[in-house]
Design a protein around this ligand. Structure first.
Ligand code: AMP
Length: 130
């Protein structure tokens, strides 16, 4: 079981911003920007491009709704999208509110937000999710 499946199962806490039957969106614990969110399928698949065509479409459509909520909740020019998965073998789409290209740089120093700040960001995005 991946760490993300344990999050979906409620065994590990997360800052959940949205979910439906198939997908779960939560704040990245080590964000590169305020509002950095991960969107995962509840079904455990390691590699994004191993998802079925239908699942990729549904995954992206769910991520689109989450990105729209992020855009409303967090001041940004656009919401960037990245798929890497080198660390956690459970397919996830990174959604990152961007002001500049540098906001997508995973090598830079990540933000250190307090639990209260994380919760506040989470609540804002969750409230904007439709
Ligand atoms: P990657 O697999 O390279 O796309 O990176 C995995 C991402 O998951 C990183 O940005 C981590 O900060 C994030 N991450 C790892 N564990 C957790 C967790 N328990 N809750 C939220 N985000 C996590």
């Amino acid at each position: 079981m991946t760490i993300f499946s344990r999050i979906v199962a409620g065994e590990i806490p997360s800052y959940m911003v949205a979910e439906d039957e198939l997908f779960y969106a939560f704040l990245d614990i080590n964000p590169v920007a305020e509002g950095h969110t991960l969107v995962i399928p509840k079904l455990e698949v390691d590699y994004f491009f191993d998802e079925s065509d239908g699942m990729i479409a549904a995954h992206m459509q769910f991520a689109k709704r989450v990105a729209q909520a992020i855009k409303k909740a967090i001041p940004c020019t656009k919401v960037g999208v990245a798929v890497m998965g080198l660390e956690v073998p459970h397919s996830h789409i990174h959604l990152i509110p961007m002001q500049t290209e540098g906001d997508m740089d995973f090598r830079k120093e990540h933000l250190k937000l307090t639990p209260e700040e994380m919760q506040a960001v989470c609540d804002k995005i969750a409230a904007a999710f439709e």
